[in-house]
Design a protein around this ligand. Structure first.
Ligand SMILES: [Zn+2]
Length: 468
């Protein structure tokens, strides 16, 4: 510690108290501005929580049923939402045509144990994986080999020929972040059929990728390789996956019969839906907020991603209801076909690249309807530093953090945006519902959902006011 003389201490104190510094002046101005911004954030929260408009619209949307890419219903939902955007008084609403894959589940998806003294005709709860081929009418019948991962699968070698491969590794339940658990298990669903077919297997079953240990099977996308035979692929309910695993230990020669009539039709015409409030000062600066309008055909896609698109629409609607006129253009995009193709995201990304507009930020809401937690930024660290300085404002909506990370599958294609941003709500229950019959409107909590609209609106407000 240094020593000061009495006089020097007095001089320092005088200087500190008597000379009003430029920095203390700008500090109080900044405090005033923060207070004004907090007031706006509080208004977003109050309006969203009180009116619950987005929540009611989500009910209307999901009452129409699921929105699988290429289905009539997916287009009906887009036309409904277009009308809602027009009624809300957005400045411009339009459709961006896009050709998308058209896979249909069909009306047969059955599995049962077909040859076993211990378990005769025991039914298994399955869901056809998105993109899977069907089976002949009488199905495929084969012995089952269980593996936990691709190394075990490869090690089977010639033994896999003519068998159904059962990939049974569960989503790791021991991780705090459920999305990491999902990421660690989803390879079985996406690539299992190709790896099994390479060895001559005739079908693949996976344990549903879920955090809920019920017997509701979860679908999701899977891919084939052109040069490798296409074999049917299904997910088993979690409980039936346990059952089959135990049954195989007692009767390793049991056979399973799988009957599916899913198929892929020619590409279908569909649309991204786009609505905007045009900026009053910088109309060419664009802030995108969006989610995907397609869903799987299990459940009604309330959480994935009806919630995200209704929140995105509500962000603009909150500006309208509070009569806040943005300086920059705020644009809501409903991307089509995120689940099994990503063509809508590709299409908009291409548009953004060729357009003379400047994409400042692109925010994706596709992580469910839980309580707001944070924003994950795919951008320069200076941008992140700037947004972190807004945390006293963002905190008012429940946002705890802003950090570097991924954004989302759709906005990830807007490569020329200054920042691609993922809205991150609490994800503990997300995979209980994901891609299954559990994804119903009833699982949406209105307050948690509406706080999401308010937190994204607040971030958009700050980006509009200060830029990035
Ligand atoms: Zn989604």
């Amino acid at each position: 510690m240094r020593h000061f003389t009495k006089n020097s201490v007095i001089a320092i104190l005088l200087a500190f108290f008597l000379i009003p510094s430029a920095s203390s002046y700008s500090q109080s101005k900044a405090n005033d501005e923060t207070q004004a911004n907090i007031k706006i954030a509080d208004q977003f929260v109050r309006t969203a929580l009180t009116d619950r408009k987005g929540y009611h619209l989500l009910k209307e949307l999901t009452d129409m049923g699921p929105r699988l890419s290429g289905s009539e219903n997916s287009v009906r939902a887009i036309m409904w939402a277009k009308k809602k955007m027009e009624e809300a008084g957005f400045d411009k609403v339009w459709l961006q045509p896009v050709m998308i894959p058209h896979w249909v589940r069909g009306d047969v998806e059955k599995a049962e144990i077909s040859r076993s003294k211990l378990y005769p005709n025991r039914k298994l709860n399955i869901a056809t994986l998105g993109g899977s081929v069907g089976t002949p009418q009488k199905g495929i019948t084969a012995e089952v080999l269980e593996v936990k991962n691709f190394d075990e699968l490869k090690a089977l070698g010639a033994k896999a020929k003519g068998k159904i491969i059962f990939m049974s590794r569960p989503l790791d339940p021991g991780l705090y972040q459920t999305f990491r658990g999902y990421g660690g298990a989803v390879d079985q669903r996406v690539f299992g059929a190709v790896a099994a077919a390479k060895l001559g297997a005739v079908g693949v079953m996976i344990r549903s990728i879920t955090t809920k240990y019920d017997n509701v099977p979860h679908t999701g996308v899977m891919f084939y390789n052109d040069t490798i035979p296409k074999i049917p692929a299904v997910a088993l309910g979690y409980q039936d996956a346990d059952f089959l695993s135990n049954a195989l230990k007692k009767d390793s020669t049991l056979k399973v019969n799988i009957k599916l009539n899913s198929k892929t039709l020619p590409d279908a015409k569909s649309y991204n839906l786009i609505g905007q409030i045009t900026g009053s000062e910088f109309p060419n600066d664009v802030i995108v907020v969006g989610g995907h309008s397609d869903s799987w055909d299990k459940g009604v896609g309330a959480n994935d991603d009806g919630a995200g698109i209704m929140q995105s629409m509500e962000v603009l609607d909150l500006f309208k209801r509070l009569e806040i006129k943005p300086r920059r253009t705020i644009r809501c995009v409903f991307f089509m076909n995120e689940e099994n193709g990503g063509r809508g995201g590709d299409k908009y990304g291409k548009y953004a690249k060729e357009s003379s507009e400047k994409h400042i930020a692109a925010i994706e809401a596709d992580a469910g309807s839980g309580t707001p937690k944070g924003f994950s930024f795919d951008s320069d660290s200076l941008v992140i530093d700037k947004v972190q300085s807004w945390l006293p404002v963002l905190n008012r909506t429940g946002i705890d953090w802003v950090k570097k990370g991924g954004s989302g599958a759709d906005v990830g294609e807007i490569k020329n945006a200054v920042a691609r941003i993922g809205y991150v709500p609490d994800g503990q229950r997300y995979f209980d519902y994901h891609h299954s019959d559990n994804d119903q409107f009833s699982i949406i909590h209105p307050r948690e959902f509406e706080l999401g609209s308010a937190s994204i609106a607040t971030l958009v407000y700050m980006i509009d006011k200060y830029g990035l």
